[in-house]
Design a binder for this molecule. Structure first.
Ligand code: ADP
Ligand code: ZN
Length: 434
C-alpha cells in the first residue's frame, strides 16, 4: 500500500475535481428529482427543474434539506431506489432527537468503505497493520464503516465494538494492534485504564489512532497521544451522508480532507442560508454526488466549521475542513452567553486535569445555574483535599476568562463521573425539564 488509497482521486487537480463534481451533480439531481417525491416537491416549490442544474455553479439554486425534513419523511420518504436494491440500513445515534434511518445499495457501501480506507491509509495503515475497531457495531456507523475500510486496506481487523475495556486491552496487547479506531472520549478512557494497569506508552503496540464521531480539542489530542504513545488523527462523518470518512486527517493535521469526489461541501450562514466564501466559519452543508439509495442534496449538518483550500504538504488536493467545534445545537446558551463544552475541555486539560467532566445546568429564581464537575486524579488526592477551595477557585477563574461567565466548579473524586464507551455525555441540562 502506498501513501494514498486512491491516488488518482485524492490528488486530482482542482479543475478536474470540479469537472467530475459537475458531471456527477447533474446526474444526481435527475436521479433524486425522478425518484424522491419529497425532494421533487421542494424543487417544484422553489421553481427549480433538473435542467437548471448544469454544474456545481448552479448548486445554490437547489433547496436545502434539514433534519426536520428527515423527520417528516421518516422512515422511507427519501429512499431513492426500489427497496430491492437496498442491502443495508444504518441509523444515527440520536444524540439530538429522533433517529434517522439511512439506506445503502452495495455501491453506496463500496463508496463509504473506500472513504474509510483512505482515512486508514492516510495514518500510515497498510496490510501489515492490525486495526482494532472499538466504535460501536450495529446501527451506529462507526464500527461497520471502519471495519469495512480496514478490510479494504487489508489490515488484520479486530471487530471489537465498544465496551469491555479490559478485553480491549488484552486483545490489543496479545495481537499487537497498531491502529485503534474509536471515539476520542473512549480513547481517553482506554488510555486511563492502560495507565492504571501499569502500562507505559512504550509498552503499547499502537502507532496511530483514528478518533471521531464527537467534538474533541487539540488539548485532548495531546493528552491521548502522550498516554498511549501514538499519533492521534481526527475523522469526521455523519450517518445522513454515509458515516465516518466523509473527511479525514492526513499527516499534516491541519484539518480534515473532504472526499470531494463523493461529497460536495459548502458553508452557509446558519441564519440566512447565504453561501459563505471559503475561510469564514459557517454551517457545513453536504451534497452526495454519487450515493444512490439515500442521496442527500444540500443537507444542513448544523456542524460549524471553516473550509480551506490551502495547499497541503501531503499532496492531497481535497478541500480541508477545520475541526468542528460543535454543532449549532451543542452550543449552550447560559445566562445569555454562548458556551461550547469544548472550551471547558480546553481549560481543564491546560490546567493539568483529566478530560473527565460534566456540565450541569438548571434554573433557580429565573436564573441559570451553571455547575462544572471535574475529577482530580488519585495521585493528587491529598493535595486536593487540603486545598480544594483554592483549586476550585482557580479553575473557576480560568473558565470565567475563557467563557465570559462564571461557572461553579466542583472537584469530584476520581472515577465519580461516568466514563464513555461511545459518544460522551458532557451536558445535563435540567432547564429543559421545567
Ligand atoms: P447523531 O446526530 O445522532 O450524533 P451521527 O452518529 O451520525 O448521529 O453523528 C454525526 C455527528 O457527529 C456529526 O454531525 C458531528 O456533529 C459529530 N461528529 C462526527 N465526527 C466528528 C468529529 N471528528 N469532530 C466533531 N464532531 C464530529
Ligand atoms: Zn493533507
Amino acid at each position: 500500500m502506498g501513501k494514498y488509497y486512491q491516488e488518482e482521486f485524492e490528488t486530482m487537480p482542482l479543475e478536474e475535481i470540479r469537472k467530475l463534481q459537475s458531471e456527477k451533480l447533474v446526474e444526481q439531481v435527475k436521479h433524486v428529482y425522478n425518484n424522491v417525491e419529497y425532494y421533487r416537491n421542494l424543487m417544484d416549490a422553489k421553481g427549480v427543474k433538473p435542467e437548471d442544474i448544469k454544474g456545481i455553479e448552479d448548486l445554490h439554486k437547489l433547496p436545502f434539506l434539514s433534519k426536520a425534513d428527515l423527520r417528516e419523511a421518516y422512515p422511507k420518504g427519501l429512499l431513492a431506489v426500489p427497496q430491492d436494491e437496498v442491502v443495508r440500513i444504518q441509523s444515527t445515534s440520536g444524540t439530538t432527537g429522533k433517529r434517522v434511518i439511512a439506506y445503502y445499495t452495495q455501491d453506496d457501501i463500496d463508496i463509504w468503505e473506500d472513504c474509510c480506507a483512505r482515512a486508514i491509509v492516510a495514518v500510515g495503515g497498510s496490510e501489515k497493520d492490525v486495526c482494532q475497531v472499538c466504535y460501536g457495531y450495529g446501527l451506529f456507523t462507526g464500527g461497520p464503516g471502519l471495519n469495512g475500510g480496514s478490510h479494504r486496506v487489508g489490515c488484520m481487523t479486530l471487530p471489537m465494538s465498544s465496551g469491555n475495556t479490559e478485553r480491549q486491552i488484552q486483545f490489543m496487547m496479545d495481537l499487537e494492534a497498531s491502529i485503534i479506531c474509536c471515539t476520542p472520549s473512549y480513547a481517553a478512557y482506554i488510555g486511563e485504564t492502560l495507565k492504571e494497569m501499569g502500562y507505559k506508552p512504550e509498552d503499547i503496540p499502537l502507532k496511530a489512532g483514528i478518533f471521531g464521531a464527537e467534538p474533541w480539542t487539540e488539548e485532548m489530542r495531546h493528552s491521548i497521544e502522550e498516554t498511549m504513545g501514538i499519533k492521534a488523527y481526527d475523522i469526521y462523518g455523519l450517518t445522513e451522508i454515509s458515516g465516518p470518512g466523509v473527511s479525514f486527517e492526513c499527516e499534516e493535521q491541519t484539518g480534515m480532507h473532504i472526499n470531494e469526489d463523493h461529497f460536495l461541501a459548502e458553508t452557509i450562514d446558519p441564519e440566512t442560508g447565504e453561501v459563505l466564501p471559503e475561510g469564514s466559519e459557517g454551517e457545513l452543508v453536504f451534497t452526495c454526488l454519487d450515493k444512490k439509495a439515500f442521496p442527500m442534496l444540500r443537507y444542513r449538518t448544523r456542524d460549524l466549521c471553516v473550509l480551506s483550500r490551502e495547499k497541503c504538504s501531503c499532496g492531497r488536493t481535497f478541500v480541508k475542513m477545520k475541526k468542528p467545534q460543535g454543532r449549532s445545537d451543542d452550543m449552550l446558551i447560559i445566562r445569555g452567553v454562548n458556551v461550547f463544552p469544548s472550551q471547558i475541555e480546553t481549560v481543564l486539560l491546560k490546567e493539568g486535569y483529566t478530560p473527565n467532566y460534566q456540565i450541569v445546568l438548571d434554573r433557580e429564581n429565573n436564573t441559570d445555574t451553571f455547575d462544572v464537575y471535574v475529577e482530580y486524579t488519585p495521585e493528587e488526592g491529598d493535595d486536593v483535599v487540603k486545598n480544594i477551595t483554592a483549586r476550585e477557585k482557580k479553575l473557576q477563574e480560568r473558565m470565567k476568562t475563557m467563557l465570559g461567565i462564571n461557572p461553579k466548579v466542583h472537584l469530584a473524586e476520581p472515577k465519580s463521573i461516568t466514563r464513555s464507551e461511545g459518544k460522551a455525555v458532557r451536558v445535563i441540562d435540567r432547564r429543559k425539564l421545567h
